[in-house]
Design a protein around this ligand. Sequence first.
Ligand SMILES: [Fe+2]
Ligand SMILES: [Fe+2]
Length: 296
Amino acid sequence: MPQQGIVAVILRFHHFYLTLQTSFFILSPRMITILFIGDVVGQPSLQGLLKAMPGLRERYAPHGIIVNGENIVDGKGLSDREATMLFQAGAHVITTGNHIWENWKSRPLLATNPLVLRPHNYPPENPGRGITTATIANGYRMGVIQVQGRTYMQTIDCPFKTLDAAIEEVSAETQIIIVDFHAEATGEKVALGYYADGRVSAVLGTHTHIQTADAQILPQGTAYITDVGMTGPAMSVLGMNIDVALNRFLLQTAHKYELGEGVTRISGVVLKIDDTTGKAHSIEPFVQPEFLQTGL
Ligand SMILES: [Fe+2]
Ligand SMILES: [Fe+2]
């Protein structure tokens, strides 16, 4: 019967299509999405970020979230209270930086919570570590390493050699490895990006608070940006009150830290990472609200 023949052909094609679809699903890499939020400056900015977090999670659907929290309490570190708020809002790991040591309440937090990091290349007698792994959505394991630069900063251990040992430790557990490189000098940051290329999923710069326009995938598959930028008050000098910052420059004397004003501008990047290789597929920087590029 010709009709039976046609049905048989359709069924065969359907079976072939299903097989193809299944094998494509098995063979194609699964992409893991990681959201990284740059240095949060001040309590009002923490509140601004917490308010924006549901929208960011809906927009980017991240499996893992990392927040740099080095400047939350008047520009200096964070305590257990602020860390708890960030974890409750969905953060999996909090990184910090040089300013973490200026807040005494940060030290017990570093000593007791392995998901709050400080740069790993400070002398090991200091509390805390700069290496961790965390379970993120769908049971994936995300490794996070933080090291700090030495150019125009404290003369701590070599961030490059510290990173070698840190990658060895973390890669025993997962291929998804995000590095927060907290550094001042652009050259040192770019150099460390190439140094780590192909060995980690991403090298993301923090500390200088202004997002750079060089987000890219390096030749061996590592996502890179010189600085993610800050999450801080829009009317400010890197988060600080404008008059205070001006007095520091004009008068060359110390002036009490005050936060800037205006809405919270959130800076971050979204990474897509191949879960089978740990290599980055894409890096998408964002700033919200955006900077105005035209005026009157
Ligand atoms: Fe910072
Ligand atoms: Fe810093």
